[in-house]
Structure formats: structure tokens, C-alpha cells
Design a protein around this ligand. Sequence first.
Ligand code: ADP
Length: 174
Amino acid sequence: MRAIYPATFDPITLGHVDIANRAATIFDELVVGVYDRPLKSLLFTAQERWQVTREALAHLPNVRVELYTGLTVTFAREQQAAVIVRGLRALSDFEWEFQLALTNRNLDSGVDTVCLMASQEYSFLSSSVVKEVAFAGGDISDMVPPNVLVPLCVRISKLGGDCGDIVKNVSVRE
Ligand code: ADP
């Protein structure tokens, strides 16, 4: 059975990686969908988010990472997947995920949503928190996969943020 795991991944965090790892053991194939144009403002371009997510999930042989545009249910159909995987963190995620799951089912009753509970260590981790902490110069090395550190630092420096501890041991190449 093939499932999709759609998200913005701006950037991918260890919480996302954890959900992808676990979904990859449940489903035969997992197509991770990087949504290219959400209404919220983004730090990285679609291409950058796709590239970084791809590198971060390269250890999973049954996982493919694709960029998508438009409706998530359409993407699921295109990928011939009947399941959308989502992660559930604190209680606050529930209402939004519930709304999203029902909306997607109204749009296409042939596509259902499966939510995996966040692992305890990542239940308060989000891309927004990572960006806030990184912008203020905090250490985020235990929040994101290692390949996120340099691109994040480069982007934050360009915006006038302080890389601080982010790349203590990593050289900035750009
Ligand atoms: P979007 O903003 O497009 O929903 P996100 O990248 O914020 O994209 O999250 C996508 C999915 O991954 C959501 O289902 C979210 O609950 C889940 N997720 C995000 N962070 C974590 C985490 N730390 N642990 C488990 N699931 C997570």
C-alpha cells in the first residue's frame, strides 16, 4: 500500500523525519509531498525545501520526495495513493488535522487520512520553533537533521539574523 506524507517542510525537522521513518515501516511505499505554495510565508524556496527534505530522508529506500502544487487529494490520486499520513503533536494539532482530514474526505472520499502520534521527544517541535530559535542564535542541532544546519544558517544570515551556535562546527560555504 502506498501513502503520501504532505507538508510544507520549511524546513524539515526531526519530528517530520520520525513520522516518515515510522510511516515507511507501515506502508510499502511513502511519497513525501513538499507543498510548493502554502498561504503562509516561507523561509525557503520550494526547490530548496524539496532538496533538503530529499537529503534528510535518503536513508529510507521506500520513500520518494516530490514537489506538488494544488490539492493534496489530487496529489494523492496522481501518486495512486489512498492514504494521507499526518502527524499529531499536542492537543492543539487535533482540531486542525480533524478539519483537514474531513475536508480532504469531502473533496475525495477515496482518500483517507491516517494520523501518527508524535514521539514524546518531538511533541513540541515545529518548523516555526526551529526558525525562531535559529534566528535568535540558539542551538537547533537536536531539532533538525544535520543537512538543514548550513542552508538555515545561510538564509538567516541573509535576513540579518545571528547564526550564533547553529553552525558551531560546520563551515558556511555560501
Ligand atoms: P503544514 O504546515 O503544511 O501542515 P508542517 O510541516 O507544519 O506542514 O507539518 C506537516 C505535518 O507534520 C502535520 O501533520 C504536522 O502535525 C506534522 N508534524 C510537524 N511537526 C511534527 C512533530 N514534531 N512530530 C510529529 N508530527 C509533526
